[in-house]
Design a protein around this ligand. Structure first.
Ligand SMILES: Nc1ncnc2c1ncn2[C@@H]1O[C@H](COP(=O)(O)OP(=O)(O)OP(=O)(O)O)[C@@H](O)[C@H]1O
Ligand SMILES: [Mg+2]
Length: 281
């Protein structure tokens, strides 16, 4: 982990000498004022009640490495990540978080689902998860669901958000895909899609919107979506993602949005002193 951090900061230093045009990032909204503690439903627009409930099978979730449904020790690493992300986003007035990676199979969907399911245990936080990896959608399979309507129908305006999204517990709305779409870049770039996400944000007033994106170095789809988020988390996979790929990915993401951080997934070489979660279990 230390090696990764050193290599990343070296790459960043080398990059800082290179002159690039300033990226055109989405303008952040003003930081939200601290909310007084309240019952979850107090600050929930009524439209949340219209969403059909989603009731995933806990055994299916854990078989798919979604560990955050209940406050068990194995949820700890993702809970820590969730809290760090939430605090950073709130501090900056950011609502939209993209999750991407350099190449495929790094653990984006696993991370996105663990964060969304973990947010369902924070009843005062309104969260949303959108499966916008439209070539290889994975959220529905990972959650063991088959939604009635596809996210494509939502994006093109064929179905209303309250009829497409499903609600996990009281406070997490999830928009899933039923099948891949044929021209994802065009769909993600279309004005209608941009407008749909703006409308959803205005109607549901979410605190956090998570977008499960495709990998950066494979297609243009992720770039198309990054223009419309406030920040991005990059997931790299230990023993699979090369440092050079991570460097290129981080540079490209930072040209479009704010890089919130890098998660090193599937890392098996954790030293005993770093494995402190056990102390609390
Ligand atoms: N930490 C981990 N340890 C072991 N297996 C993992 C871990 N994280 C993810 N996986 C497994 O790796 C596979 C790929 O994970 P996932 O689908 O989350 O990646 P992805 O980045 O979304 O892939 P894609 O680019 O295809 O969308 C899945 O089978 C998942 O269960
Ligand atoms: Mg995926």
């Amino acid at each position: 982990m230390e090696k990764l951090q050193k290599a990343l900061s070296k790459a960043r230093q080398e990059r800082s000498g290179v002159t690039r045009e300033a990226p055109q990032k989405r303008a952040p909204v003003a930081p939200r004022a601290a909310r007084p503690p309240s019952e979850a439903s107090d600050n929930f627009p009524e439209i949340w009640q219209k969403l059909k409930p989603l009731d995933p099978d806990p055994r299916h979730l854990s078989a798919n490495r979604i560990m955050t449904l209940n406050a068990l020790p194995e949820a700890n690493p993702f809970d820590v990540l969730r809290t760090k992300i939430y605090l950073l986003m709130r501090q900056n007035g950011w609502t939209r978080l993209a999750i991407t990676s350099p190449n495929k199979g790094c653990g984006k969907t696993t991370t996105a689902c663990n964060l969304a399911v973990g947010f369902s245990r924070q009843s005062e936080v309104k969260s949303m998860l959108f499966d916008v990896d439209l070539r290889r959608p994975g959220v529905a399979t990972m959650l063991g669901q088959q939604p009635e309507h596809d996210i494509r129908e939502l994006l093109v305006g064929e179905v209303a958000p309250e009829d497409q999204m499903l609600r996990l517990r009281s406070n997490v709305a999830i928009s899933m895909a039923r099948r891949p779409v044929s021209d994802p870049t065009q769909l993600l770039l279309s004005q209608k899609t941009v407008q749909t996400f703006d409308n959803i944000q205005a109607q549901f007033e979410p605190d956090v919107m998570i977008f499960d994106l495709p990998p950066m170095l494979v297609t243009d789809d992720a770039r198309a979506k990054l223009k419309n988020v406030d920040c991005a988390l990059i997931v790299a996979r230990a023993e699979q993602t090369r440092m050079s790929q991570l460097d290129v990915c981080e540079r490209e993401v930072s040209e479009h949005t704010n890089v919130l951080g890098v998660v090193l997934n599937n890392c098996r070489h954790m030293g005993a002193e770093e494995d402190y979660y056990g102390d609390y279990s």
